[in-house]
Every structure is written in structure tokens, then in C-alpha cells.
Ligand binder design. Structure first.
Ligand SMILES: NC(=O)c1ccc[n+]([C@@H]2O[C@H](COP(=O)([O-])OP(=O)(O)OC[C@H]3O[C@@H](n4cnc5c(N)ncnc54)[C@H](OP(=O)(O)O)[C@@H]3O)[C@@H](O)[C@H]2O)c1
Length: 284
């Protein structure tokens, strides 16, 4: 039986479990006992460890043929030491993983002024957050090439699900940029991302990047207006870009100032995926 290890055992990882249940021996890296109990109840074998503490990662060496790496980089710095610690632990094994799936972000493309783009677009990270993701991708590509491990990178946009919608943001009346600076945004349902990860473990090509983006084509303002309408909430106020930062903070502003329209032909074609949730707002 194949052995697969989840690193970054959070929401998307949990949604993968019913998709792979009983067909592989599943391990999950857990930082605390509560997480371990939850993963055991899901049928996985918890491995206690923390990517921030390399000494705790020894058991990961040689453990699994397939690795799902869904842990985010730390919140500061320009590099991702967590990914480097993981790679170092994997390298120490007498057997190396055959396939590693990494969830990165579409933030690595940087600001694109609303242009359409696909995976051939060079990365252009302008925030520390995006630089850390590019660093993680780079470390994993090198690991893949040197270790003969198929590394597949999934670049995800805003992840949503019924229980992770930004309704609090709407209730708080936070603004969005007024036209003409209302950016295009991209979305993926957490279950479709989980499905893409499992499919990539089976069919992803070596050192291949896939944009895991649904078929929506909405600006941020259009998205929030529709969401507000569906949930009986007021639409968000519009603010000019230069006044937005003081209200939504540096990070919120950076999310809103990068406008991209991201194509998804490659993942649909190569991984033969059809989205269960093609539009973040149905019929929109
Ligand atoms: N939110 C978005 O819209 C978005 C967009 C694009 C990409 N992403 C990325 O997609 C990935 C999957 O998303 P998700 O929603 O499943 O995230 P999530 O629910 O936050 O899960 C991330 C998991 O990583 C674990 N983790 C963090 N630091 C760790 C460490 N030092 N050692 C071991 N485990 C650690 C967390 O463990 P604990 O449970 O112990 O905290 C958590 O279970 C994440 O990397 C996320 O940043 C998110």
C-alpha cells in the first residue's frame, strides 16, 4: 500500500481525506495533541512535529512515497525556512519520496494590471509574502531535480467554502477599491483544490506548475456586491486606492492592489479536472 504524508494538515488537507480514504496509508504531521486526535479520528496516523523545529522532523525521513506540503511559510522574512526544514528531513531518508505536491499561491505573479495570464508568466513577487512563496517553490524544484522526485506546484488564489466566506468583512463594512482600480480577483473552492491535489499526486508532471483557479471572471467589487446580495448584507463601500491603505492595513491593501485574471486551461487539460464549483458566485 502506498504511504502518503500530509504536511500542513489543515482545512484543504481535511477535505482530501474522503477522496483517498482506505486506498493509501495516510500520515499527518501535527503540532499538538488536539490536531493529532482529529487526524486519528479521520483515519490518518498522526506524526508529532513542527516545521519550525527541525529536530522534531526526523520521523519524516523515508516515511512516505507521496508528500502533500500545504504548510504556509512563516509570516515574516523573505525566505521559507519551513520548506527548507522539510526538504532537509526528506533528503535524510534512505528512500526518497516519489512525488511531492505543494500548494503555493497565485500571489507569486505579482501585480499584473488586470492582464490575463497562464503558468508561462514569469513570477514577479513584490511583497515579502510572495517572495517567501517563490523561495519555497524554488527550494522544492531544486529538491525535485536533485532527488528525482516529481514536484508539482499548485498555485491557488483565494480559497473559499461555505464555511469560509468573508462575511465578517462585509458586516464590518470594509471598503473595496473604487473604479478604475477595482482589481480582478480569482477564487477556488477548497474542495476543488483538494481534488486537484489528489489528481496531481496521480498525474502531475515533474516540475510542473498548475494554476488552480475556477472559471469566475469578477472584480473584487463585483464579487463582494454579489456575495452581499446573496447574504442580505450591504454592499461594501468604495474608496479610492490612496485612501484604502489606512482603512484595510498594509496586507489587505496588498491583496487589493494586485489585479490578475488567471487562466486554468493547463490543469483542466493535463489533470482532466472539471470543477465542482466553477463559479465563486453561481451563475456569475
Ligand atoms: N487562504 C487562502 O485564500 C489561500 C490562498 C492561496 C494559498 N493558500 C495556502 O494554501 C495552503 C492550504 O490552505 P488551508 O486553507 O488548508 O490552510 P490551513 O487550514 O491554515 O492549514 C495550514 C496547516 O499548516 C500547518 N502548519 C503551519 N505551520 C506549521 C508548522 N510550523 N509545522 C507544521 N505544520 C504547520 C497548520 O497547523 P496548525 O493546525 O497546527 O496551525 C495548519 O494545519 C496554505 O499554505 C495556505 O497558506 C491559502
Amino acid at each position: 500500500m502506498q504511504r502518503w504524508l500530509i504536511v500542513g494538515a489543515g482545512d484543504v488537507a481535511r477535505r482530501m481525506v474522503p477522496l483517498i480514504h482506505n486506498r493509501v496509508l495516510l500520515f499527518a504531521l501535527c503540532r499538538d495533541k488536539t490536531a493529532a486526535a482529529r487526524w486519528r479520528s479521520l483515519g490518518a496516523l498522526p506524526i508529532m512535529g513542527d516545521l519550525d523545529c527541525p529536530a522534531t522532523l526526523r520521523r519524516l525521513s523515508g516515511l512516505a512515497q507521496g508528500i502533500f506540503h500545504f504548510a504556509p511559510p512563516p509570516t515574516a522574512g523573505l525566505h521559507d525556512p519551513r520548506t527548507r526544514h522539510l526538504v532537509a528531513a526528506l533528503r535524510r531518508g534512505t528512500s526518497l519520496p516519489q512525488h511531492l505536491i505543494y500548494i503555493s499561491t497565485t500571489g507569486v505573479y505579482g501585480p499584473c494590471a488586470g492582464a490575463w495570464l497562464d503558468e508561462t508568466r514569469p513570477v514577479n513577487p513584490v511583497t515579502a509574502r510572495a517572495l517567501r512563496r517563490v523561495d519555497a517553490e524554488r527550494a522544492l524544484r531544486i529538491f525535485g531535480t536533485q532527488s528525482n522526485c516529481t514536484v508539482t506546484i499548485l498555485r491557488a488564489p483565494g480559497i473559499y467554502a461555505e464555511d469560509r466566506l468573508p462575511l465578517e468583512r462585509l458586516r464590518a463594512g470594509l471598503p473595496v477599491p473604487a473604479a478604475p482600480h477595482d482589481p480582478f480577483t480569482n477564487h477556488i473552492h477548497a474542495l476543488d483544490l483538494a481534488r486537484a491535489a489528489v489528481r496531481a499526486m496521480h498525474y502531475g508532471r515533474p516540475n510542473r506548475v498548475y494554476n488552480v483557479v475556477d472559471d469566475s471572471n469578477l472584480t473584487l467589487g463585483q464579487y463582494y456586491d454579489q456575495l452581499a446580495h446573496r447574504h442580505g448584507l450591504p454592499p461594501p463601500p468604495r474608496l479610492p486606492l490612496d485612501r484604502l491603505k489606512e482603512v484595510v492595513g498594509e496586507m489587505g491593501y496588498s491583496f487589493m492592489s494586485e489585479s490578475r485574471r488567471i487562466g486554468n486551461h493547463r490543469i483542466k487539460r493535463e489533470l482532466a479536472l472539471e470543477w465542482r464549483y466553477p463559479h465563486v458566485i453561481p451563475n456569475c
